[in-house]
Every structure is written in C-alpha cells, then in structure tokens.
Ligand binder design. Structure first.
Ligand code: NAI
Length: 411
C-alpha cells in the first residue's frame, strides 16, 4: 500500500455486541489491526461518540443505526451486520451517505438443514410425545405410528441454500427427495423436481418448507395445502412464521390428518426471553416447537464472522460491493499496477463525463472503468496506470464534482 491511500492501521473498525472472535482474527489476518470489540450494544450519544471516528462498524441485531446515528458517522465507509436481518439499519440513509451495508444471509444454512433432519427422525418415531410422557412418569413403549425414514419421500418446497442441503442429507439417510421451486433448479443427487406444489403434497411423507419471506410466500401454505398432504404426513417449517396457516395446521393435527409437525418460526414471536410464547400449537402431542433457533449454532456464528468480515475487507481493499443489501453491486478485479479511484455520487446526469474530465485534464491513462447505478446512487471505479505523484490532485478534482457523495482511492 502506498502512502497515497489510508494505511490499514488507520482504518478504525468498531465491532459491537460481542461479534465472534473470528471476525477480529480475520480482520487482523488481512492487515487490519485497529479493531475494537465491545461486548454489548450501544445507543444514543454513547454510540454517536464511538461511531464518529469509525471507518467500518460491525453490529448484530440490537444496535440501531438510524439516520440520526449515521449523521454522526462522518468517516464511516461500510457497515457489517453480523447476522441475517438488516432492518436495524436505516438502509437508505446509509446508501445516501455512500455507505454499503453487508450481511451474512447464508452462513447458518447448514445448521438449519441439520435440525430439519433431526426433526424428521424424531417426528417419524413420535419422540416428542413419548418424551413428554416420560418426563411426566409415563412409559409409552410401543412401535405403533413409529417409522424409519429410509425409503420415505421428503418433499422440499424452496430448493435454495437450505432446501438443497436438506435434500443431500436426507438422501444420505436413504430418503427419496422431490422438490418444488418457482425457478428451475438443478437437482442434487437423485432428487427430482415436481411441476406443481400439489404434485409434491400428494406424494410426500414429509413436507419441509424452505421459502424466503416474500409477498408471494406470505400465508402461502394454507388449509387447502395442509389437507392436500398425505394422511399421516408430517410438516416442517423452519423458514418463516407467516408462511403457514397455523390454525389450519392445528385443525389437521387435531383431527389426525397430519401426524405431527416441527415448527421453529411463528407469526408472532416473543421479543425477548422475558415475554411469554403464545401459540395454538402449544400442548400438541407430536409437535416440536423451537424458539427460532434453526440457524443458531456456534459454527454459524463463526461462519458469520468470516463471511461479513471478508465482504468488508474486499470492499475496503478493492472497492467490490458484492453481497451488499443497499447499494449497487460491483465485483471488481484485483488492481494490478494501477491506482484505483472510487467515486460514489447521486445518480444525476453528467457525472461520468465530469469524472473523465478530471483524468483527461491531467493526461492520465485510464486502464479500466466500471460504472453501476441504481435509482439513487451511482458508483464509478476508475483504474489509472502507473504511480500518480502525490495523487496529482485527482481526488480533490473528483470531490469537487457536483453530486459527489464520497471518494476514495486505493493504490
Ligand atoms: P434461498 O434464497 O437460498 O432459497 C429460497 C428458495 O425458495 C429459492 O430457490 C427460491 O426460488 C424459492 N422460492 C421462492 N418463492 C417460492 C415459492 N413461492 N414457492 C416455491 N419456492 C420458492 O434461502 P435459504 O437460505 O435457503 O433460506 C430459506 C428460508 O429459511 C428463508 O425463509 C430464511 O428466512 C429461513 N431461515 C430460517 C432460519 C431459522 O433460524 N429458522 C435461519 C436461516 C434461514
């Protein structure tokens, strides 16, 4: 790194909420040693004071990065949400400041897939009911209603990161996998797609939902779908709480149409452990209820630490915004023998030609240029060949262009 760009040790990284040590180690491994890790969340003036000189900030779900807080974050260039959700950040306020936000949407997918498999076996053997009885002194020693999963059909709805991993694990147990997805997905192993969800419901002994939260999946698994499942089948939902009609599920369990269910996500979930969990599913004998912990494992936390850190490091090192949730996405090649200028601006006409003028006025040779815009923000990356003596005032020239939000350069 030349003296033109901010030395890595000057880049201050603030990590809150006890983010996994992996994140700190990973920053350090990439040469970023100026890392402060705090165990809890901050808010109000305390957060403003801390964030004022941070170049990157890492949070989980409890730190609220509102427009007001971001106002105080003058040096901030990127935000890492070391979790799945990003609604604790005012994403458009961050974008307007030229600050991309990154998260870790897929680091915990294996954890979810493992729990699904565990629940399939437990439910097929009626373990939840037998377990409850045994804790109360009962002894339901019977093979009735207990089955092996080998040879049974698992129907996976939503064959994405989790659904496809469930498919692979289920096949290793000897299950047959059919899946339904709204887009064409390459089958893994011997899994086979179904043309319709109805076709899948008709043949599956187990149905496991792995769809994302979209307007289309809201209440998508209704009474008619539940009752279209095979008599005695089992339903698993570790996806989103508003996907399944819970009252219809209770009806199907009460009248024996379904023989059990595993549910990890609910239309209403307690905000904290101090709040009571209420659900019409409470007390159902062969139903596993878990408090939205499908993805909650130590391994997932460690993976999240690595995933978000590597996105932040990539953005800091070479300007790539791949994986951002609020910004234009650009995947850039590693710069080789070039000085790279990054220019973030409001998406108004004429900015690109003004940028090019800054370089042509100085007789500089542009080796590569990348431009991406969305409705609000434009992001231009310009690679210039050779060393620029004292920067040649390029950055000042770029900063003077009307509509500029932020400039940075990497040498
Ligand atoms: P993904 O985005 O990789 O896969 C979702 C798949 O569903 C995609 O292939 C998509 O085409 C498909 N899909 C979308 N709409 C559909 C529809 N109407 N019908 C059929 N297929 C549809 O997502 P990923 O990572 O597999 O996550 C799946 C779900 O698991 C998400 O809802 C996520 O929130 C949830 N999740 C739950 C966790 C927990 O702790 N219980 C942890 C992690 C994820």
């Amino acid at each position: 790194m030349s003296n033109l760009s901010l030395a890595k040790d000057k880049i201050k990284i603030l990590l809150l909420e006890g983010i996994h040590q992996n994140a700190v180690d990973s920053f350090k491994a990439h040469g970023y040693n100026n890392v402060e890790l705090l165990p809890g969340a901050l808010d109000g003036d305390e957060l403003k004071a801390k964030i004022a000189d941070a170049h990157m900030v890492g949070i989980r779900s409890r730190t609220k990065l509102t427009a007001d807080i971001l106002e105080a974050a003058d040096k901030l260039m990127a935000i890492g949400c070391f979790c799945i959700g990003t609604n604790q950040v005012d994403l458009s306020a961050a974008r307007d400041k030229g600050v991309p936000v990154f998260n870790a949407p897929y680091s915990n997918t294996r954890s979810v897939a493992e729990l699904v498999i565990a629940e399939i076996i437990m439910l097929a053997r009626g373990v939840p009911h037998k377990n409850t009885l045994a804790h109360a002194g009962g002894w339901l020693k019977s093979a009735e209603g207990s089955y092996e999963v080998r040879g049974k059909i698992l129907g996976v709805i939503g064959y994405g990161h989790i659904g496809s991993q469930v498919s692979v694990l289920a096949e290793s147990l000897g299950m047959k996998v059919r899946y339904f997805d709204i887009i064409d997905k390459l089958p893994l192993g011997n899994a086979a797609p179904c043309d319709t969800m109805e076709e899948l419901l008709e043949i599956s002994d187990f149905v496991s939902l792995h769809v994302p939260a979209t307007p289309q999946t809201n209440n998508m698994f209704r009474r008619e779908h539940i009752f279209a499942m095979k008599p005695g089948a089992l339903l698993i939902n570790l996806a989103r709480g508003n996907v399944v009609d819970i009252n219809a599920l209770v009806e199907a369990l009460d009248n024996g149409h379904l023989s059990g269910a595993g549910i990890d996500v609910f239309p209403q979930e307690p905000a904290s452990k101090n709040e009571e969990f209420t659900s019409p599913l409470r007390g159902q004998p062969n139903v596993i209820l878990t408090p939205h912990v499908g993805g909650s494992t130590q391994e997932a936390q460690a993976n999240i630490g690595n995933e978000v850190t590597s996105k932040l490091v990539r953005y800091s090192d070479n300007g790539s915004t791949l994986g951002t949730v609020n910004f234009v996405e650009v995947s850039l090649p590693v710069q080789d023998g070039v000085t790279r200028f990054l220019h973030i601006h409001r998406n108004v006409p004429g900015v690109l030609s003004s940028i090019n003028e800054v370089f042509s006025e100085r007789g500089l040779n542009i080796a590569g240029q990348y431009l991406m815009t969305d409705g609000e923000v434009g992001y231009v990356v310009v690679d210039v060949s050779g060393d620029l003596e004292a920067g040649m005032g390029v950055r000042k020239g770029l900063a003077g262009i009307e509509g500029t939000i932020r400039t940075r350069f990497l040498a």
